[in-house]
Design a protein around this ligand. Sequence first.
Ligand SMILES: Cc1cc2nc3c(=O)[nH]c(=O)nc-3n(C[C@H](O)[C@H](O)[C@H](O)COP(=O)(O)OP(=O)(O)OC[C@H]3O[C@@H](n4cnc5c(N)ncnc54)[C@H](O)[C@@H]3O)c2cc1C
Length: 312
Amino acid sequence: VVEHTAHKGWQEALAHVPDVAVVWEKPLAPLTSMRVGGPAEAWVSPQTVQAAERVWCVLQEHQVPWCVLGGGTNVVVSDAGLRGAVIDLSRGFGYLEETPLPEGGALWNVGAGCGTGRVVRRAVDKGLAGAEVLAGVPGSMGGALIMNAGGHEGEIKSVVKQVQAVVQGQCMWIQNAQAGFAYRSSAFPEKSMVLGAHLLLRPGDKPLLAQAVKESQERRRRTQPLTFPNAGSFFKNPPGHAAGRLIELSGCKGWQEGAAEVSVLHANFIVNKGGALASDIVRLARRVRDHVHAHTGVLLQFEVKLLGDFHP
Ligand SMILES: Cc1cc2nc3c(=O)[nH]c(=O)nc-3n(C[C@H](O)[C@H](O)[C@H](O)COP(=O)(O)OP(=O)(O)OC[C@H]3O[C@@H](n4cnc5c(N)ncnc54)[C@H](O)[C@@H]3O)c2cc1C
């Protein structure tokens, strides 16, 4: 049960912002790939840049906690749900606009709510290189930018020209070099709401791109437990190591807490075998982290973001 925010004035203030849809007590579990967690006190969907700015200001003024939920593929939402507002950009910011460049390649204006799968498919169709680093990475472009998502083939940062975000209530463009992109992380200013980005795609060879995407997807189907709800790699790879290998060597494969299990197929995946609680998943992840630390001396860091309150 969500413990409601103390000051209710924000609810009325939000209702008066034009071009915003609000749903109270919205269940979040169906909106995440882990399929766990309680409701959001408010689910808020701004449709325009101005609406996003106004929402930011209302929440700030009333000191309401908030976060953006993209595709929900890299999060565990607390069983108690989330106090305050969860921002959804899938409706107003799902665009993908292309401008061909005279020298070849293209500049794409993509919204945070645009799915990564659509970006990858379109790039392959057009014979444009760079976006294939997101092949098999589920979720939204907003999440991909925040996480600097990618894989063996590279990271999204390599095609980002600039990112559009609401910062301190105002929409602005942040250049790639100022975004603080690093391995599975970024460093946008605090409380940034990422609205979209300009991507610079290079001319590429369509059959080769299609082949690369196909191989990446096939490799994932072979090596990842995709038949159970999961959030991808739970831990970041520490420098010089693969987290999954360390977990496997430490003997944690198959460990369980409730219906949460360290996948027997890929040890860096925690899967929901059916009816797991968020608390089961996090308890299991912490057990694994502590055991790997004791066994190997390496302290793994969570790649997955915990949203809401979790007991220490
Ligand atoms: C089967 C599977 C395979 C995966 N494989 C990979 C992989 O190969 N490589 C990889 O990098 N990741 C992988 N992931 C993890 C995940 O898909 C990526 O991290 C993805 O980029 C997250 O995007 P999302 O929209 O789902 O973000 P969410 O999970 O919704 O959010 C992630 C974080 O970003 C914040 N956020 C999201 N959107 C915004 C925004 N617009 N503004 C501000 N903050 C925002 C959220 O608050 C949260 O803290 C995998 C996940 C799954 C389930």
